[in-house]
Design a protein around this ligand. Sequence first.
Ligand SMILES: Cc1ncc(COP(=O)(O)O)c(C=O)c1O
Length: 381
Amino acid sequence: MKDFSLEVRGCHKFDATGAISEPIYLSATYRHPAFRQSTGFDYGRVANPTRQVLEETIAALEHGSRAWAVSSGMAAIQLVLQLFKPGDHVLLSEDLYGGIVRLASIYERYGVYFEYVDTRDLAVIESRIRPETRGIFIETPSNPMMFVSDIRGIAKLAHANNALFIVDNTFLSPHFQRPLDLGADIIIHSGTKYLCGHNDVICGFLITKGGLTDIESQVELLAKSAGPTLSALDAWLMLRSIKTLGIRVERQSESALHIAHFLKTLPEVTDVYYVGLPEHPGHELHKSQAAGFGGMISFKVRTPAIARNVLEHLKFIIYAESLGGIETLLTYPLVQTHAEMPKELIERTGLDDYLLRLSVGIEDAEDIEQDLQQALASAAK
Ligand SMILES: Cc1ncc(COP(=O)(O)O)c(C=O)c1O
């Protein structure tokens, strides 16, 4: 099946009723047909029929072998971090969602060492790999600076050094980018974002490429033991959301390109970071590994006061954290999504108090542009 078809149909199988919408199995536990026999479903923490269809669907969309649907993006990242042992060293993109830095600092208590590197530069990554490096974790484009890293190149480096290569594909979704096809081993999603698309489910995914049977058994053990698995109701909402993934993200991407060009014309705006702009340093690389630019734009304004004031002058765009939904949101990363980012990383990446992050929704681009124009002009007065 082609992309839109797979998103709409997923891995739905018709049952005896012919139901088109996936049934929601709320049962926490399941009757055994006979002593030591199972229907394949014994207890909801371990497996649930609705969640299973969602997991099969997301694995198919990412061209993966298996997937786990869990209760948040952070729960999925936690599963990844649990794969490492004391003494292991993990490289992380130095620009990435702030919650990951917070979680990594907790894992340092258990003896896993993390190092933040500029993953745009293969030579820098290579120079930081040590004999005990067991993982490389990237976001591309990254949150919020929109840095683009070379998925194919990093995969080669990771595999030459016996390290797992993990890509957080939240910003693009499998509709635009499939890192497993480019050499990644594991995909992470905050399903809360584009895959949900309606700001009404907190959800995460971990997807593995084929051939990683040992890793899959470990994830299976971790998921069933700790129980971060997604509820049946949320799994159903996600299945319903994924049906419209393609039409949502195509429209968001088209509007975002228009809005990025528009932002460049505004006197209060000094820099626009959008991978769809030809002058973005990662533009060509991005085009070589993704089929679309996505709906995320970051930009800087002339003064920190404008950045703060603009949030209070919005009339249409919503001042809120999160991204990927159908409503356009404006975020101030320094005090919201990246509030706990260490000062050193902030200085290295340029994530400062001049920076705003826009998640473009599916409303009319003209309404979004008019609001940005009036809010920025009022904020600068
Ligand atoms: C790129 C990225 N990865 C992971 C997460 C964490 O996901 P969640 O909020 O669903 O736990 C976020 C949240 O903003 C994110 O932006």
